[in-house]
Design a protein around this ligand. Structure first.
Ligand code: NDP
Length: 320
């Protein structure tokens, strides 16, 4: 089969395209999938550069969708030919992937494998951030950084579905247009955003969803109202230095959390609930999925270059 292999951490050039990988076999509890599309996520960059260390060599990619090609022992409810999607399974930048049945999601009729590959990981993330990390309520003021990004566009829409006023930040006019189309009520540039948020809200926002990290963290805290919640869920601009807890008192009894997807989909019931909401909203048209770029699998390096250079919006897919 074909796959991207990382043998040494580094720049996008370490994403080597190989056409002679052995075809994998599903073990008990696993399913083999012919991949239609692999989702590109920022965590793939952290893996590639070694910020989240993995043993080498590895096949990157955490997300995809495709057609079941073989079903391992002890797997029920899945048949050859089914369209399925998954997230949080390494090895997804490949033409074939072995996926634990525990991570497998049936893709409902009417949703293509490409759309499923585009919305699974980032959709589940936007869902838990808005429902569980902080439960967004009608009338809440919510700040979403990188509002035209993969998670950002979905989170903006979901926060609007829950009745919030969404303030987004973006770096360009094109991204501003997209964030507004996703429902953002106000869209700011990063420069001076904390003051602008105070001008818009008076006392600050109820929650900041910050996947940008180092560049925005301090101003994000300064954008919160007393007892507001800082959900630092990523670090696209770099890791945040250690924080003195006293900072949270100075800001007005603030909450700080650093959530990741795993604990929010730890049980099959929780995964199924979030996936069913996401796929349901996509099917009904309440949640729009913006796929901005499709790259041949062999050009994974170009996808990473574009993502890191902030040239992209919404979702990027690799097509094997
Ligand atoms: P995006 O599509 O949002 O791409 C990243 C965006 O971040 C860019 O487009 C850019 O938007 C903004 N950005 C700001 N500063 C930088 C910088 N220095 N370098 C690169 N980008 C920058 O990516 P994803 O949707 O895949 O991920 C968004 C964040 O969410 C990432 O930090 C990721 O790790 C995190 N994440 C966390 C999860 C969790 O469970 N904790 C799960 C999934 C994602 P602009 O130009 O508008 O600033």
């Amino acid at each position: 089969m074909r796959a991207i292999v990382v043998s040494a951490t580094g720049g996008p050039e370490v994403l080597a395209y190989k056409t002679d990988r052995p075809d994998p076999e599903p073990n008990p509890g696993e399913v083999l999938v012919d991949v239609t599309a692999s989702g590109v996520n920022f965590i793939d960059v952290y893996h590639r550069i070694g910020r989240y260390p993995l043993s080498l060599p590895f096949v990157p990619g955490n997300e995809g969708a495709g057609t079941v090609a073989a079903v391992g022992e002890d797997v029920t409810g899945v048949s050859v030919g089914d369209t399925v999607a998954w997230s949080s399974v390494m090895g997804s930048y490949a033409s074939r992937a072995v996926v634990p049945a525990s991570q497998l999601l049936a893709v409902p009729e009417g949703i293509t494998a490409e759309v499923a590959a585009a919305v699974t990981l980032q959709g589940l993330t936007a869902h838990y951030l808005a429902h569980s990390t902080y439960e967004v309520k009608p009338g809440d003021d919510v700040l979403v950084h990188a509002a035209a990004g993969g998670v950002g566009l979905l989170l903006t829409q979901i926060a609007k579905l829950r009745g919030a006023r969404v303030i987004g930040t973006v770096s360009t006019e094109e991204k501003e247009t997209l964030a507004r189309q996703a429902g953002a009520d106000e869209v700011l540039r990063y420069d001076g955003f904390a003051d602008a948020v105070r001008d818009l809200t008076g006392s600050g926002v109820h929650v900041v969803y910050d996947g940008v990290g180092a560049a925005t963290f301090a101003a994000s805290l300064a954008s919160l109202r007393p007892r507001g919640m800082m959900a630092l869920y990523g670090q696209a601009s770099g890791p945040v230095p250690p924080v003195d807890p006293q900072t949270l008192a100075a800001g007005g009894s603030l909450f700080l959390t650093r959530p990741s997807l795993g604990p929010y989909v730890a049980t099959r019931d929780e995964l199924a609930w979030r996936a069913s909401d996401i796929f349901g909203w996509v099917a009904s048209g309440e949640l729009r999925v913006h796929i901005s770029n499709r790259y041949p699998l062999a050009e994974a390096a170009r996808a990473h270059e574009d993502l890191e250079a902030r040239r992209t919006t919404g979702k990027l897919l690799l097509l094997p």
